[in-house]
Design a protein around this ligand. Structure first.
Ligand SMILES: Nc1nc2c(ncn2[C@@H]2O[C@H](COP(=O)(O)OP(=O)(O)OP(=O)(O)O)[C@@H](O)[C@H]2O)c(=O)[nH]1
Length: 809
């Protein structure tokens, strides 16, 4: 039987300094009940066969003897054979033995020297190993068997007398303790490189410590080793300490410590552990006790002694203002504030003539602001183009912006993605990439929608959140798509999109029940909103026709119901077009439908219907500039502040100065882009990007108006408007929306209900305005807004659209 012991542990002991650290030091090998691993058993079996082969059969060694010897010689076949030959055939000369031995290490030599020079001390080194090894209860019995079997007190004649591991000095035995079965705590699992290094360092420190302790009791050779290792240790310690000090210094420098409040002196005095009587120190040490922090002193009062000690120390920090006893009495607001001084200085500069000339009640409030905006000299050189002439000369295609509206998930983004893909605005590679990405998150059906929905939130939720813009052109027209969110939570964003649109594409899901649920939801609300915001032309895309097998009945049913509703919502039947299509498959989007069930349809494709739209109403190019800011962003390193938005009226060019309202701050246009292309000018109806200079971004907010400084938009705090009620309206709090602009307000007065078509007064001072009624109401705002006659607003309350209105003054 092979011995069962912690022998395995001994195999892992690295005696030489240059022995590398091994994982085995921290991971005990998998052992079965006999203390051996499967690997050991296999090794033992192979080596037993080898030993048997090498031994003269006359020697007659049993398997048990061979295995025992192999075990003690760490499976060394040569040594085992020699040992068995010596043991079982004593006649053989012993002198051959050293030749076969492995070269001994420096430590082994030293240890052997110890044993030779101090015979009395050679008492059972192996037993000592065992003593220290047999600490783990699990190994106890196996080891005790081993100690009885193999580690009898060695005789000079004993074969083991010169085995190096049998002569391990006691101070080294600390290493041979039984390791815990699992990685030690504190090293984060022990398998990382860091953990290994930490463990190796710890081991070295322990080694050095044990050396110090035993140094006196060792002989010269061990003392020599001690000195060697101590030197090393000193070296390491010094360099370590130096290193640590340097590290600490640099760390302290890098991350100066916060002074945490020290406990007050009283707390220190009440320490429970009695301190030993202080002996008179030969050298007086500096008082290293930390002084209470200023914070603690302030809170708990000053300890006089502490204060004195503190006075001696150099690291004192006065409380700000502590020296000024009368600081409570002083009035810090007596003089003008630094802001006042700056504002006063700025106010001395010239006032903008335009801003001055048009004074309203509200302007009194923003007077200081307008005084700040003076510099009308553009910093960027203007080409002084006559933009109206340039526009006429350019022979530009007609332009149209359309907003895509409809209930959530009815397929708006997919339809637009398909349209852009089929018109080759989006290339195959991009689509493949989107498909792949969509597949990875299990939303492959949304790949086309992702052409429009580009934020990670939209993609992960599968819902459009904000207006997405894209462009395409047909033979006659350059189109700007404004894809609106369908979810009711994002109606304000839909309003912002609709406020920039010339016409709308209303997408309706033809699938069973989807159309019906949309009617109760945003299909109707969106249609009403765009109408009340001035949109007259509507293309109704009856989408997902593939899900109803292109059934004509379904198409007709939807068309009829929607026509009735839309006409009741003041759309003209002539300006509504119904197109059956399937965005997902692309049928009847840019190409004719080929489904055999769809032969009944002979009308235009969706793109053809868009292209044949009436040109937008005449653009107000010659009117003063009005651009509703739809986005404020950083347009790159050279363009730290950029805005984009639709030009509602007028034109602009590079070098122009614009006035941002309500901030009443001017800025100069240093760069212009339309549809991502640099241009020199832009006109009403376009949605350009303006790269600005000479303005602080804080003065630009979504919904603000960029206008002509010579004809600025007025700021109003209350207005009268003609509304179409969606819900009951009475004097109530409302949120007022104008494009991206949103402000709190109140319907303060119901002036009259009006006739829908003629606009004549039906009833003065009604107590309530019912849904679908038209009325004149007065709205008061919490703050002044840039609004003027003809502006369209939406009134909402508690997340519902209450009414849409047109400003009358
Ligand atoms: N079968 C079929 N499914 C479609 C069609 N069009 C869109 N879908 C699916 O309808 C789901 C919603 O499509 P979206 O394009 O995200 O809908 P949406 O109206 O833009 O949604 P929101 O913008 O969040 O309101 C997706 O799973 C599409 O694959 C279609 O023509 N046929």
């Amino acid at each position: 039987m092979p011995p069962k012991s912690g022998h395995l542990r001994a195999k892992n002991v690295g005696y030489d300094d240059d022995d590398g650290y091994s994982d085995d030091d921290y991971y005990e090998e998998e052992q079965s009940g006999d203390g051996m691993t499967d690997e050991d058993r296999e090794q033992l079996r192979i080596n037993t066969a080898k030993v048997k082969e090498s031994l003269d059969p006359s020697i007659g060694a049993t398997d048990a003897e061979i295995q025992e010897s192999l075990w003690h010689y760490y499976f060394d076949v040569g040594k085992t054979v020699t040992y068995l030959k010596n043991k079982l055939a004593p006649a053989q000369p012993k002198t051959e033995q050293p030749k076969k031995q492995k070269a001994v290490s420096r430590f082994d030599q030293a240890a052997a020297g110890v044993e030779q020079s101090t015979p009395g001390k050679q008492s059972s080194s192996a037993a000592r190993i065992l003593e220290s090894t047999c600490t783990a209860p699990s190994m106890g019995s196996a080891l005790s068997t081993l100690s009885v079997m193999s580690f009898k007190a060695p005789q000079q004649t004993d074969f083991f007398w010169d085995t190096p591991w049998g002569n391990v000095p006691r101070h080294r035995l600390g290493q041979i303790s039984v390791e815990p079965r699992f990685p030690r705590g504190g090293l984060l699992g022990g398998s990382t490189k860091l953990a290994k290094l930490a463990a190796a360092r710890k081991k070295k420190q322990e080694e050095a410590r044990s050396m110090e302790g035993d140094a006196t009791g060792t002989d010269t050779a061990v003392a020599l080793l001690d000195r060697l290792s101590l030197k090393n240790k000193e070296r390491t310690t010094t360099s370590d300490t130096r290193g640590q000090d340097a590290e600490r210094k640099s760390f302290t420098k890098k991350y100066p410590r916060k002074r945490s409040p020290s406990p007050p002196p009283a707390a220190l005095e009440t320490e429970e552990i009695p301190l030993p009587e202080p002996t008179q120190p030969a050298i007086s040490f500096p008082n290293l006790r930390a002084n209470p922090s200023m914070f603690a002193s302030t809170l708990c009062g000053k300890d006089e002694q502490g204060a004195q000690e503190q006075a001696v120390g150099s690291s004192t920090f006065p409380i700000p203002y502590a020296a000024f006893h009368s600081f409570e009495d002083a009035n810090p607001f007596a003089g003008p504030s630094p802001d006042d001084i700056v504002r006063k200085a700025q106010a001395r500069r010239n006032k903008p003539k335009a801003a001055q000339s048009k004074k309203t009640t509200g302007e009194k409030l923003i007077e200081p602001m307008t005084k700040l905006t003076v510099d009308e000299t553009p910093r960027v050189k203007s080409k002084n183009l006559n933009v109206v002439q340039e526009f006429e000369k350019s022979g530009m295609k007609r332009m149209a912006n359309f907003v895509v509206i409809g209930h959530v998930d009815h397929g708006k983004s997919t339809l637009m993605g398909r349209l852009l893909y089929d018109l080759k605005v989006i290339d195959q590679r991009s689509i493949d990439k989107l498909r792949k990405e969509a597949e990875t998150i299990g939303k492959s059906s949304f790949a086309l929608a992702w052409v429009m929905d580009q934020t990670s939130e939209e993609r992960s939720r599968g819902v459009t959140v904000d207006i997405a813009t894209n462009y395409f052109e047909t033979e006659q027209t350059r189109f700007t798509i404004l894809d609106a969110p369908g979810h009711k939570d994002f109606i304000p964003n839909m309003i912002a999109g609709a406020s920039q649109a010339d016409f709308a594409v209303l997408v309706i899901d033809a699938s069973t029940n989807s159309f019906e649920s949309g009617l109760k939801g945003q299909t109707k609300e969106h249609a009403l909103l765009v109408r009340s915001m001035g949109v007259q032309r509507l293309v109704v895309a009856v989408n997902k026709m593939d899900t109803v097998s292109w059934l004509q009945d379904r198409f007709d049913e939807i068309s009829q119901q929607m026509s009735t509703f839309l006409v009741s919502a003041s759309f003209s039947a002539k300006t509504i077009t119904f197109i059956p299509c399937a965005g997902l498959t692309g049928e009847n989007v840019t190409r004719k439908v080929e489904d055999p069930n769809a032969t009944w349809y002979t009308g235009p494709t969706l793109v053809a219907a868009l292209d044949s739209s009436e040109p937008a109403a005449k653009r107000n190019i010659e009117k003063p500039l009005r651009l509703t800011i739809g986005d404020v962003f950083r347009g790159g390193i050279t363009n730290p502040i950029s805005i984009s938005g639709r030009i509602d009226a007028g034109s602009l060019q590079i070098g122009d100065t614009i006035l941002a309202m309500p901030a009443a701050e001017t800025a100069s246009i240093k760069g212009l882009e339309v549809e991502n292309e640099p241009v020199d000018w832009a006109v009403a109806g376009q949605i350009p990007t303006l790269h600005l200079a000479d303005i602080d971004p804080v003065h630009l907010r979504l919904g603000d108006i960029a206008c002509d400084p010579k004809a600025p938009i007025t700021l109003v705090k209350s207005f009268t408007c003609k509304i179409l009620a969606f819900e009951h309206v009475l004097p109530m709090s409302v949120d007022v929306f104008r494009g991206r602009l949103q402000a709190e307000g109140k319907v303060t007065r119901l002036v009259a209900t009006l006739n829908k078509t003629s606009g004549e007064v039906v009833k003065n001072k009604p107590r309530i305005v019912k849904p679908a009624e038209v009325a004149r109401v007065v709205v008061e705002l919490e703050r002044e807004l840039p609004l003027e006659k003809g502006t369209r607003v939406v009134l909402r309350e508690g997340g519902n659209t209450v009414a849409a209105g047109l400003l009358e003054g």
